[in-house]
Write a protein of this length. Structure first.
Lengths: 186, 135, 186
């Protein structure tokens, strides 16, 4: 299964129009800076970033479906693979990997080694373990999955800017919203 | 010849409609009614399946004067076009329209999701796509 | 798996070759615009807010490009800095040079950089009541930030200019230098 989605992710990324990742990274930095100015409380910044990600996710999912041609996933394990190998690759040009499945297969960790959002970024000490700089990603995943009828919760467990490690997002499937599945797709 | 394009949101509300051929103009309310009627027919059709599980609803209606082709996304949006009965490649056109929607509607900060689509660039790209495919 | 992260100043400066999907930028920029809209009182404040967000990018980008492209040399001549923006800055942000750089025929202190297909506006249709808005105010802010930190203080704004035979207007970035800059250059 892995190989199939690796290839699809690469194919789709090769096909889409691209832009220098610097414009993207610097723009994101300007947004985070602005939020820190606008909200004094760092926890509020984390929340706002997640909400903005959610707003992006509910729109971005359509492009993902339209341009990757992926249909409904068999199970949550497949969903996780698709996010890591196709979703991340298609939009950010990098793949993530999956680890730490729980025994019910409803919870996994997404490990991001090369996160383009954090190029050039170093957090001042007083923000470490407080600001989840890339929290927008959690919102994007939550918003996108909700549109395909999966209610999930995403949280950063490790952030490369605070911990001496790669970034890690925990994704927990809370509910499948089966009554919202469009007719003809169950 | 493509006659018309309709886009319905998840709830079945008409969010976009445009005529391209020499079709008779209807009132705004009539288009809304046509849209919600199609939404209901689609839902009924999906329940008519004689085998277990619902069907995919209406994908194609063929008559001697027109053909209607519908594409429903996994998120529940419906795109359908009405064309002359011999028009080829309607499925590809619908997919092209879906891609334009993801680009010129969803990436427009002034578009509010689920609402009426009023985006000049979307109209422009659509008319180019439809001209290209009818020639 | 836990690759130790070296301190950011010890890592080599990025070559600027990495790319992301243009959609990732477009979704982020769109969400930023919506955020700004929610926090302003009147329509015309939107451009100011976008410009302010861009401004914070200017000094960082100047630093990065001077180190990478010019062996840390800085422009000290007015025309030098303008052509640096038209060429080097544009290439690093948008992957191409701007379409033209002109001196205003009406005012001694004004210069114009035009772009026929402004990347940041690629997917944006303006509502009727905001017809004169140009979201490239964000780019104008970046340019203003660069000019100010390079000691060429100026006021920079973005405008829509109709082109004969074209359905959609081009973007003109208008640079108006502070009096001392012009005096210095005579």
């Amino acid at each position: 299964m892995n190989k199939k989605y690796d290839k699809l992710g690469t194919d789709v990324f090769n096909k889409v129009e691209k832009i220098s990742s610097e414009l993207f990274t610097l723009t994101y930095g300007a947004l985070v800076t602005q939020l820190i100015k606008d909200y004094e409380d760092i926890e509020q910044v984390n929340i706002k970033l997640e909400q903005m990600g959610y707003n992006i996710g509910i729109r971005l999912i359509e492009e993902f479906l339209a341009k990757s041609g992926i249909g409904r996933c068999q199970d949550f394990i497949e969903t996780a693979e698709v996010i890591a190998k196709v979703g991340f690759k298609m939009f950010l040009g990098v793949t993530a990997h999956i680890s730490d499945w729980d025994s019910d297969k409803k919870e996994f960790h997404l490990i991001i080694e090369d996160n383009p959002l954090i190029d050039f970024v170093e957090l001042p000490d007083h923000y470490k373990h407080k600001l989840y700089y890339s929290n927008i990603l959690c919102g994007v995943i939550r918003g996108a999955l909700e549109m395909v009828q999966m209610k999930v919760k995403c949280t950063f467990v490790k952030c490369a800017l605070s911990d001496e490690s790669t970034s890690e997002i925990k994704v927990v499937l809370e509910e499948v919203l089966s009554d919202l599945i469009p007719v003809g797709y169950d | 010849m493509i006659y018309s394009l309709y886009i319905l949101n998840k709830a079945g509300t008409l969010i976009y409609q445009n005529d391209y051929g020499p079709t008779e103009k209807l009132s705004h309310n009539s288009y809304i009614r046509l849209g919600s009627t199609f939404h209901s027919l689609h839902a009924i059709a999906s329940n008519l399946s004689p085998v277990s599980g619902s069907s995919s609803g209406i994908e194609l209606i063929e008559t001697d004067t027109f053909k209607l082709q519908c594409f429903q996304t996994h998120t529940g949006i419906k795109f359908y076009i009405i064309a002359d009965p011999n028009h080829p490649g309607l499925e590809e056109i619908l997919h092209g329209i879906y891609e334009l929607y993801t680009d010129y509607v969803l990436k427009n900060p002034f578009y509010e999701i689920e609402m009426q689509i009023r985006c000049d660039l979307f109209d422009y790209k659509l008319s180019r796509l439809l001209k290209l495919t009818t020639d | 798996m836990n690759r130790p992260q070296t301190n950011i100043v010890d890592r080599p400066v990025s070559k600027g070759k990495a790319e992301v999907n243009i959609s990732s930028f477009a979704f982020l920029f769109s969400e930023m615009i919506q955020y700004c809209q929610d926090r302003i009182k009147a329509g015309h404040e939107l451009e100011k807010k976008l410009s302010d967000m861009g401004y914070s990018i200017g000094p960082r980008l100047l630093e990065l490009l001077c180190v990478r492209e010019k062996n840390s040399k800085r422009e000290t001549k007015l025309l030098g800095i303008l052509s640096f923006i038209h060429t080097t800055v544009w290439k690093s942000l948008f992957g191409k040079t701007a379409d033209s750089l002109e001196k205003s025929t009406e005012a001694e202190d004004e210069y114009m950089i035009s772009d026929n297909n402004m990347v940041v506006n690629k997917f944006i249709s303006l509502p009727k009541h905001l017809g004169s808005l140009n979201c490239a105010a964000f780019v104008a802010g970046i340019i203003e930030g660069i000019l100010c930190s390079a000691e060429f203080p100026a006021r920079v704004t973005a405008h829509n200019v109709t082109v004969e035979g074209k359905k959609f207007p081009k973007t003109v970035i208008l640079i108006k230098f502070n009096p001392e800059v012009i005096e210095r250059n005579i």
